[in-house]
Design a protein around this ligand. Structure first.
Ligand code: NDP
Length: 615
């Protein structure tokens, strides 16, 4: 560090100037992280399989009786009918593709919005930018932050509008996929006995599609009722996503987990349960929501192109672009505005990487102080307010936004059980133990999240064999190898959607739409040019791996975070394989690639072979 950097650091971190002591905050954050680090890391969780398979069963649909197995061929097979799969289908339909089949494990389209129907579920990104294809469907959501059911209905409307139900199969899980080089087709089998062929396969199985259960000792001994939030049992609770769970009136209910899901379901449970115990290991950031109904006049006057403009503007603001309009104007942009303000205080045209990191940290301190003040102002009991205050950096966990969560703790029938970072100690036949005290309950709701990324074909254990029987994990044995995150050498005509070796953004549907648009363009170009198949050359794949190592890197700030799925439960430095700086630049890179001859890296023309052995 230069002398100039040192003096700027001292100036920016001056407690008198800041009004708080940054060293105290740093020390507190470290203490809170250290008390939560566990040697078992991510393996503390158990999958809902085998004896725990009950937790994954679909409560929303009757099991479909056996159907005739499929043995036909389709042009494009899409695995997963959440927003990713639907967007891929929609973009391909727009490009004129007729033979498209969606395969989906759930009973209908919707993905995460099919499964997550817990009370209070809403999008945490403004619905005018979260819901995709709004202009195509001529729809404007009814509220700034729409309810889950409205979002699920939008997924149904997308499937209808783009005729994606026509050949879809539900309650069907892929059991294997293998590339047949002689036919240049994928053979795909399912748990329904299907054995079908597909020219192209697109996997979009979603990062949040596999629930995880806490491996708390005794979890299988509880004699009361229990379920995971993504399989809400309304037959037990009564009511629906809007609340009204009358069957809980005489019940003692425990919620384990205070992440984005726990925050959303607690207010309704507080209202309806005889008594609610909220078991907290780490408090979330719960910021102001400010939901409101859509102004019909505003909706009527939205000009063509408004949706893209608004979504891009949102990401531009988050990326610190001072020329952006901030059309969404919600709490998501606070950190970026604070960052710009602190950068201004630094008074330098160009910040070094270290100075930039310092500015980022100071902006974060300011934001987190606001969040902690908010708890104090909304929670009456001092001890409860103290326990609800989060002590880590804003970017350590997905921030949440809710105006009913903190006030719920002012109710006499709600108890916060703060486990002080240790988690629930034990589950007994009749309740839960924390710090030696047993809390007897009738029902345990597990708001304990998902095996994030576990459904990617390279991580799911799915037998997926490319050319010469090579599997994706074999191809990735020395690290992920893709072009743009979607395609890999040795796996012709296979596309994997999702956040890996590509861009990322809090507005995940925006990311998925960029991905779907690109994949559809590649498949269209392949058909147009009469290409035998689509597969990156080893050189193109290597170039992308190199570019990603240069652009991704290790996020030191995450190492300092309390454990969670963002940092692999606090274990090891996390190499974030995301394209920096952001999704906007990634989408721009893809566009440039398409317009400037990129297809030559990917398309194999008839009669040509790729000339290389698979890696
Ligand atoms: P998370 O993984 O974010 O949260 C799981 C919660 O369970 C954490 O609070 C965790 O504590 C707690 N927990 C785990 N084990 C124990 C234990 N043994 N004892 C006590 N507590 C325990 O899952 P969510 O379902 O809340 O959210 C997952 C993601 O889904 C979000 O990050 C978000 O991206 C998305 N989501 C989006 C929504 C939207 O509005 N669009 C709504 C809901 C979710 P700890 O923090 O200490 O690990």
């Amino acid at each position: 560090m230069t002398n100039e950097e040192r003096s700027l650091e001292a100036e920016l971190l001056d407690p008198d100037r800041l009004g708080f002591d940054p060293e105290e905050l740093r020390a507190r954050y470290r203490t809170e992280r250290d008390r939560r680090l566990r040697p078992d890391g991510a393996s503390q969780y158990i999958a809902p399989t085998g004896d725990f398979g009950y937790y994954a069963a679909d409560p929303y649909v009757e099991a479909e009786p056996n159907r005739e197995p499929l043995t036909d061929e389709v042009e494009v097979l899409i695995v997963g009918a959440g927003f990713g799969g639907l967007l891929a289908g929609a973009r391909l339909r727009q490009a004129g593709f007729d033979s498209i089949r969606l395969l989906e494990k759930g009973g209908d389209v919707g993905g995460t919005w099919y499964w997550n129907r817990y009370p209070g579920v809403r999008c945490d990104i403004e619905s005018y930018i979260y819901l995709p294809l709004l202009e195509e469907l001529g729809y404007v959501p009814s509220e700034k932050y729409a309810r889950g059911e409205e979002i699920r209905q939008h997924t149904v409307n997308i499937a209808r509008r783009f005729d994606l139900y026509r050949d879809a199969r539900f309650q069907t899980e892929v059991t294997s996929a293998s590339w047949d080089e002689s036919k240049r087709r994928w053979n795909v089998t399912t748990d329904r006995g299907d054995n079908m062929a597909a020219r192209y396969v697109i996997f979009s199985s979603g990062p949040f599609s596999r629930p995880k259960l806490p491996g708390i000792p005794g979890i299988d001994e509880f004699r009361g009722h229990t379920f995971h939030t993504s399989r809400w049992d309304y037959s037990y609770t009564g009511g629906d996503q809007t609340g009204g769970m009358h069957k809980l009136a005489d019940k003692r209910v425990a919620v384990i987990g205070t992440g984005a899901t726990g925050i959303q379901c607690v207010p309704d449970l507080a209202e309806d349960a005889g008594h609610l115990y909220v078991f907290q290991r780490t408090p979330s950031v719960v910021d102001e929501r400010g939901n409101r109904p859509t102004d019909p006049e505003w909706a009527r006057n939205l000009p063509p192109g408004w949706h893209d403009r608004r979504r891009n503007d949102f990401l531009a603001v988050l990326g610190g672009d001072r020329t952006a309009e901030d059309l969404v104007g919600d709490r998501w942009s606070d950190l970026a505005h604070l960052h710009n303000a602190v950068a201004d205080e630094a008074g330098k045209e160009e910040l070094t990487a270290e100075e930039h990191e310092l500015v980022r940290e100071i902006a974060d301190f300011h934001k987190m102080n606001q969040v902690r003040e908010r708890v104090k102002s909304l929670v009456e009991d001092e001890e409860t307010a103290r326990a609800l205050r989060p002590w880590y950096r804003y970017e350590c966990k997905r921030p949440t936004f809710n105006d009913e969560y903190y006030p719920a703790f002012n109710r006499p029938n709600v108890t916060l059980v703060d486990t002080e970072g240790r988690g629930v100690e034990r589950i007994t036949e009749t309740g839960l133990v924390s710090q030696g005290v047993e809390y007897e309950v009738d029902c345990i709701v597990l708001a304990t999240g998902f095996q994030v990324g576990g459904s990617h074909p390279a991580a799911s254990g799915l037998p997926l064999h490319g050319r010469d029987g090579v599997t994706l994990p074999q191809h990735f044995r020395n690290g992920m190898r893709t072009l743009h995150g979607f395609t890999s050498h040795g796996f012709p005509n296979l596309f994997c959607m999702g956040p890996s070796q590509n861009g990322v953004a809090p507005n995940f549907t925006h990311v998925l739409d960029d991905q779907a648009t690109h994949i559809a363009a590649v498949i269209t170009e392949s058909a147009k040019r009469g290409a035998a198949y689509v597969e990156p050359t080893p050189a193109a794949e290597q170039a992308w791996v190199d570019e990603m190592s240069a652009k991704a890197g290790v996020d030191r700030a995450l190492d300092e975070c309390t454990p969670g799925y963002y940092n692999n439960e606090g274990h090891s430095s996390v190499v974030r394989s995301f394209y920096r700086p952001d999704e906007l630049e990634f989408a721009e890179t893809l566009r440039g690639w398409r317009e400037n001859g990129g297809f030559t890296e990917l398309l194999v023309k008839p009669g040509e072979t790729d000339g290389d052995e698979p890696n």
